[in-house]
Structures are given as C-alpha cells and as structure tokens.
Design a protein around this ligand. Structure first.
Ligand code: FRU
Length: 483
C-alpha cells in the first residue's frame, strides 16, 4: 500500500463524528491540521489544501489534505493530495501554494529531505517541488526538486527555505517567493523566476527586514497587489513583542511597493490581535474579491487543545480583505450571510451595571452597534454558563478592548488575556462576533482590527450577555448559523 492510500484508508476508518467538530470552520476529518496550503481557484471551484497528519492529533510527517468548495462555507472533502513518499520529500510535504496553468492544477510545495553525510550524520534540506493534478488527484513531478536548497547562495540557510508562494508576474513569467533566513539569522524572502514551471532562476532577495524588528525567519509568505499597493504578509519566527505586535507566533502585513523585483516596505501592521492566527494565505476570486484564510491556532499554545481530542487545528473563516488608507481591512466572507437563521434585532439602552441577556447560541453571527458614546465600559460575555465564559471588555477610557478567556475550559495554563489598543481607530462603534463551537472571531469597526481566539468551553455553555458602565444605546443583530 502506498503512503497516500494508507492515509485515505485510515481516514475512512477513523473519521471523527461531525457532532464533535466545528460547524463551519474547516478541520481535518481526523488528526492534526496546520497551515492552509494551495488556497486557489481551479476550474471555477475553490480549493483548500492543508498541512495534515491524519494519524494523531499532533504534528507528524506532513501530508496535504484537501477540500473543495463553491462558497467557502460548505466544504467537500477530497482524497489526500500529497504524502511524504519520495526521496525529495521523505521528511514531509511542507506548506506551499497553487496556480492554474495549461488546464492543470499546479501545486508548489516544500519537500523536506534528509541525506546522510559521509560521517553518518543526517543533514536536512528544504527544497521546492511541483505536483500537478485535475482537482482530485495529484502526481509529483519526476524532476523534483525544481529548486534545490543546495543551489542557494552561500549566505542563505538551506534548512529554513520553505513555503513557496507562486504567481504570474506582470512580465508574464512565473514567480516564486520562498521564506528564508540568512545564515546569521535575518529573515528574507527569496525570489525565483521561470518560463515553464520546471526550470527556475534565482532572481534575488524579494524582501528583507531592515529594522531588526521582525524576527529571525519568515514563514508562509503571501504577496498580492491591491490597486496601487503591494502587500506582503509573513509569519515571523522568534519575533519579540513590543508596540502593536504581541508575541512570537503572530502575522505581520507589510504595505509597500515592488520596484525592480524588490519589495520596498512603507508600513507594517499586525494582521490579527488574538491568540490563534497563523500562516495565512490569500486568493483572488473571479469577481475580484481577495480572500484570506489562516490556521486558527498558535504553535506556542498547543496545550490549549484538549487532551483526548481526535482532531486538532481549525482554519479561520475566510475573510474578504481590502486596503484602505494603508490599512488591511478584514471582514467575514459575505457568503456566510446565506446561512443565517433565527434573526433577532433589537435596539436597547443599557445603564450603569445593568446586564442584558439575549437568547443564547454557540454557533452565531452577532453584531453589536454602539449607537451612543458616553459609556465607560461595555462587557460582552459569550459561551457562558455559571462557571464559564469568554469576555470582551470595550474600555473607552483606556482606549482598549480586552479579551479574557480564562474561564473558557482549559486544562493547561495558557495565555488567556490580551488587549487591543484602539486609540488609532477612534471610538469603538461596531463589534461583529463570528462564533463556532470552538472559536470566536471578532471584527472591530468594520474589520479595521480583528481578534481570533479558540475556546474549548463545554458546548452547552451558550449564554450571551452584555453589561455596561454608564450608559450605552446599542443595536443588537444576532443570527444562528446553520449549515
Ligand atoms: C508554519 C510551518 C511552515 C511549514 C509547516 C510545516 O506553521 O512551520 O513553515 O511549511 O508549518 O508543517
């Protein structure tokens, strides 16, 4: 049996029941999921691959799992696309992207392989590989790797050279950008060019950190154009917190301009202020919308995953993104609106210490419009019962939103409190919460800031209440999401 058919057979026999999984956030059918991969449109359908280890709920030899969708809310499972079964990827098929070319669906991924040195010690290389398919099954290119780490300039790491982003450049050539670091530990993205996808030339450093602020290595680069702006998104390793940037595993978006094949950065922003958001990828839909999806987990907080779970890792809800005044804005994909039921709409005034309970729900789309200023603090409790909740406090005085998920059902001491500073976005007027069984995604003021968190609170904790200090007139719009 091949590794691929073994994986498909294992999934068939060990699938996790739907009742245990999130309702509309993508997970593996069983086992471990990390980064989104190959997020692309092929023959008018949306494909999402992902880093996959079917055999346990921990990271292991990486396969590519595969889903297809027409609206990115309902996903259809496909067979596993790649398994680490060749000499050029025997230690894993790591992250990568996809493109449609000549009627075929082309996957570009990092093959990790190990070679024994003459002294017997293993040495690991990360190289870029190709596979092609018809949207269902995929074959690896026999000439892999197409970009071998061994051929890199000597100042570039050969062990940290991964996560290729492929696209067609303005000159019509294929371009590939891969995450890398210099051997003395500075992050950079390397650019390669090709006419035919199989033979690639090194074309220099596409982007690098000139400030020393953004970690040692950039994983999972994404790059796209939006009107006149160029955007690069990376997931830095070993980044020190400070200013608006919270911790090691976060995601940074750079706004800038590509001049002569080199990205010149003009500003940087945190993409999501929450606990669980990493390695995002984007695609452009035929209607022009750019959609971003990320792994809804952080490497540093793996202890948050309940022991005994037969699945681990989820994707965020895909988000529509735009760039307004040099800021990347994110909002839930509008297709989610087609799955809203049980609408509730009300305008209420809450006053000093008064708490308002609204009909509960754990799989919801909830928008709170704060119609009047003058409140000091508004607290929103979700997924709550007598002993559990996740709490969001909007504090106008301190100009911050604080999320506290301490009581969200943890069995380990993980990071539970985080603040978003809001002085730069003015008064907080609108909060949209997208909640599924095991996650909450908050979109502030039409998506100028977002906050993503997993929760593993017991599923019957579904209370929702709003509390206010001083006086606030709010408009509440709530729907259940039913798939
Ligand atoms: C990011 C990452 C990638 C790598 C993959 C391995 O989360 O470390 O750089 O390709 O995960 O699973």
């Amino acid at each position: 049996m091949t590794l691929l058919s073994e994986a498909n057979e294992y999934i068939k026999n060990n699938r996790v029941s739907k009742d245990e999984l999130p309702v509309f956030h993508v997970t593996a059918p069983v086992g471990w999921m990390n980064d989104p991969n190959g997020f692309s449109v092929y023959k008018n359908r949306i494909h999402l691959f992902y880093q996959f280890h079917p055999y346990s709920s921990e990271w292991g030899p990486m396969h590519w799992g595969h889903y297809v969708s027409d609206d990115m809310v309902k996903w259809q499972e496909e067979a596993v696309a790649l398994a680490p079964d060749e000499s050029f990827d025997n230690k894993g098929c790591f992250s990568g992207t996809a493109i449609e070319s000549g009627g075929k669906h082309i996957l570009v991924y990092t093959g990790v392989y190990e070679v024994r040195q003459p002294d017997g010690k293993p040495e690991t290389y990360q190289s870029q590989c190709l596979a092609h398919g018809d949207g269902h099954t995929y074959s690896k290119y026999s000439g892999n790797p197409v970009i071998d780490a061994k051929g890199l300039p000597k100042e570039c790491s050969r062990v940290d050279f991964r996560d290729p982003k492929i696209f067609v450049g303005q000159d019509g050539k294929y371009k590939l950008i891969a995450g890398n670091k210099t051997i003395d530990g500075r992050p950079q993205l390397l650019l390669f060019e090709s006419e035919n996808l199989t033979s690639w030339d090194y074309a220099g450093i596409f982007a690098s950190d000139t400030t020393g602020q953004f970690g040692h290595m950039w994983e999972c680069p994404d790059y796209f154009k939006m009107d006149d702006t160029d955007v690069v998104i990376v997931s830095p390793l070993n980044m020190t917190s400070g200013g608006q940037f919270h911790n090691g595993n976060n995601v940074v978006g750079f706004i800038g301009k590509v001049i002569d094949d080199r990205f010149v950065m003009s500003s940087a922003q945190q993409i999501d202020y929450g606990f669980d958001f990493y390695a995002p990828q984007s695609l452009e839909l035929p209607d022009g919308r750019r959609i971003l999806i990320a792994w809804m987990q952080s490497w540093d907080m793996l202890k948050s995953i309940p022991e005994g779970n037969r699945w681990a890792g989820m994707m965020t809800l895909p988000r529509e993104i735009s760039v307004v005044d040099n800021t990347i804005i994110q909002n839930p994909i509008r297709e989610l609106n087609n799955y809203r039921t049980n609408a509730e709409n009300k305008a209420v005034t809450i006053e000093d210490g008064c708490s308002l309970s609204i009909a509960g729900g754990r799989v919801i789309d909830l928008t709170i419009d704060i119609a009047s200023a003058g409140y000091e603090e508004i607290k929103i409790l979700l997924a709550s019962d007598e002993t559990h909740n996740i709490e969001f406090s909007v504090c106008e005085l301190l100009q911050e939103i604080i999320c506290d998920r301490t009581m969200a059902g943890w069995t380990h001491d993980i990071n539970c409190v985080r603040k978003i500073k809001t002085a730069d976005i003015g008064v907080v007027k609108k909060l949209r919460f997208i909640m599924d069984r095991y996650s909450v995604e908050l979109f502030v003021n039409g998506g100028v800031k977002t906050f993503t968190s997993t929760i593993y609170t017991p599923l019957n904790a579904s209370g929702i209440s709003i509390w206010c200090k001083k006086k606030a007139a709010v408009h509440i719009e709530k729907y259940d999401i039913q798939i």
